[in-house]
Design a binder for this molecule. Sequence first.
Ligand code: HGY
Ligand code: MN
Ligand code: MN
Length: 419
Amino acid sequence: MSSASRAATDLATRIAGRCDELARISSMPDGIRRVYLSSEHARANDLAARWMTDAGLRVRQDAAGNLRGRTAGDDTRPVLLLGSHLDTVVDAGRYDGIVGVLMGIAIVEMLGDRVHDLPVTIEVIAFSDEEGTRFGKALMGSSAVAGVWDDAWWELVDEDGVTLRDAFTAFGLDPARVHEAAVDPATLVGYLEAHIEQGPYLERADQALGVVTSIAAARRFTVDVVGEARHAGGTPYEMRHDALLGAAEAALAVERICIAERHVGTVGTMHVEPGAVNVVPGHARFSVDLRGEFDDGRDRVWDEITSAFDAIAGRRGLRVSVSEVHRAPAVFCAPRLTDAVRSGIATTGEGQPMELFSRAGHDAMSLGLVTDVAMLFLRNPGGISHHPDEFVSTDDVALGLDALLAAVLDVAAGQGAST
Ligand code: HGY
Ligand code: MN
Ligand code: MN
């Protein structure tokens, strides 16, 4: 039976309290919602900045609204990035992303003065927009750090019609300077992210910790179905072009095809117009979140889904149009860092850890475009996430801290050996 160190247990207990504190920063009265460039984003950054400062980190908010804390000392040393995100989905749990940021800060505290002797500088990043809740495009904070920010995103709008550009400016950031958030990949050792699994597999295997092999290839779309609004009573069925029923059939086609092709597709939002009880819907707009282990398989499944949409449109006399909002290639974790995470887990007495393919997206997908990445998963009871019942035990966080600390020291030792 593995048991965590005293220091990790104390810090994990504090992390649980800090997750509760951050959970109270929300735009929802009865749930957790903290989105990019909002006042809640600013308040969460202020609170986390205090914690980073208390841990001895030099703190700044970067040009994309990410919060960054770097260990003091020789800035010529290569940088090992730790972190995750502070933004949330709607009616979120309190650990998704958050626990990874707080574990990164705690690692710096567990290192104590050893920080100055390491051959690496450590930087903890609290990414500002991993979920894409407000503008639909995910991973914008980490995309800026990875240097892959796309200026086409400035015209994205939120549900109130506010553009990303206007929200950026209102938050006090300068769109023209967003590229200053980018790191120079040549200065990086890599990126390690601790995160709850957001699935049931560690719990089923009775494992507290797991190591991630790769992160799913993802694409997100907005689909518009246009039919014809008509009187709900006077219009016989043979004259109807019901956009809602077309969208409903399309959503079922996403499920059917993804099950058959062992991919994951989700219709998470649907809006119907004119939205009156006695009017046949003339327009439906819904989202599709599609994920698979490999880019080409994901794209092949998407082609199959759009063919199904065309068949439904033909049968029902509808027009279907699709626009892509987000695309992220599959990211394969780096063997060197993954070995460090694997051996870090082994030091906790957990034995050889479970290896998992992450169907959930993570900021490591952006960083993986420019540096080596690895992820440590923590058991997520019931696999419940993106939900208020999301949970991770303090015991597992404590074990995760010991494993992550061992991984950081392993990576640093490897860096020292190679310099
Ligand atoms: O959507 C995801 O997979 C992640 O939680 N943002
Ligand atoms: Mn999430
Ligand atoms: Mn997350």
